[in-house]
Design a protein around this ligand. Structure first.
Ligand code: SF4
Length: 315
């Protein structure tokens, strides 16, 4: 059976789509371009979001002291060795807030990455409250010749949850940034975290409808993890009972139900986060790799005879 997205996979996979469109796997190469974050330096807030420790996902080749071209060389060499295949590559401005700086500086950094012979596009990770018309002008200009994705940290649709985790912005600000990016024709990707304090099962599921009504192209899901060096870790150590962290099987069922309610046209880039054991304070999902989780989710969908958008209702 072929689904809405033209394949027999039970969800609308960004990886499958990109492979078809670009002729090979489209792989992101992480970068640390030396940006900071307004939620850490006091411009918006201090201390950052409660769950954030950039070191926990920053590959060792991402050294902000090194030029972007060198980070890309090392990252691409690492990925080619790891996967033993040739890919097309996207420069992924991942660490901290990658639109936090004067637009001239942003342009210099983005163009520097695009000048690398193996890079065909850029993906810019940022906060919804750290974009403006000038930045969108720049991204729109670059998108005329290269693939440009903006990755916005949406995290939750609920203001009380955003406040609880010290995000420093509201859901209205997220909706505005998404609309502005979509109006410029950019690829809009959002991140969500499930299991945040205060978000119950039904409340989390209800977000599928809210998200589906937004002009987004793709989405990455993460389960809340207790990462060392974060405020969540401090809270967890003092009172673990206040957290209801997902067990692996429970999450597989939850994310299957969420996907059933998600609009079929939204590409799914990731179903869950991965973390190296040394940062995994909660010791959840220890040594479970992303591909294993993905297989479990697809198997669960098959057993339940369900698929992305099965229960999606348009407006
Ligand atoms: S998650 Fe992003 S916005 Fe929040 S503190 Fe970390 S870098 Fe800043």
């Amino acid at each position: 059976m072929s689904y809405y997205w033209g394949s027999d996979r039970r969800f609308n996979s960004w990886a499958t789509y990109a492979r078809k469109k670009y002729g090979s796997r489209l792989q992101k190469v992480s970068l640390n371009a030396g940006f900071s974050c307004p939620n850490r330096d006091g411009t918006i807030g201090y201390g950052g979001c409660d769950y954030c420790n950039n070191e926990s996902f920053n590959p060792s080749y991402c050294d902000p002291e090194k030029p972007l071209s060198e980070q890309l060389d090392k990252g691409i060499a690492f990925l080619k060795k790891r996967y033993k295949k040739a890919f097309k590559f996207i420069a992924y401005f991942q660490a901290y807030t990658n639109t936090y700086g004067p637009v001239e500086l942003l342009e210099r950094k983005y163009r520097e990455a695009l000048a690398h012979k193996d890079i065909i596009g850029i993906s810019i990770g940022t906060r919804p409250d750290c974009v403006n018309e000038q930045i969108f002008d720049l991204l729109e200009k670059i998108s005329k010749t290269n693939f440009v994705s903006i990755e916005l940290g949406l995290e939750s649709c609920y203001d009380e949850t955003l406040e609880h985790i010290n995000r420093g912005h509201t859901f209205d600000q997220t909706k505005k940034a998404i609309q502005q990016a979509a109006d410029r024709g950019l690829h809009v990707s959002v991140h969500m975290i499930f299991g945040l304090p205060g978000d119950t099962g039904q409340k989390m599921l209800d977000q599928a409808k809210i998200i589906s009504d937004l002009p987004i192209n793709s989405i990455k899901f993460h389960q809340l993890q207790v990462v060392t060096g974060t405020k969540i870790a401090d809270k967890y150590i003092s009172d673990p009972q206040q957290f209801n962290l997902f067990g692996l099987e429970e999450y597989i069922d939850f994310i299957t139900a969420f996907t059933e309610r998600l609009a079929p046209w939204i590409f799914i880039e990731r179903f869950c986060g991965e973390i190296s054991p040394e940062y995994n304070l909660g010791k959840r999902w220890q040594n479970v790799r992303y591909d294993q989780v993905l297989n479990m989710i697809e198997k669960n969908m098959e057993i339940k005879n369900t698929w992305q958008g099965k229960y999606f209702k348009s407006k």
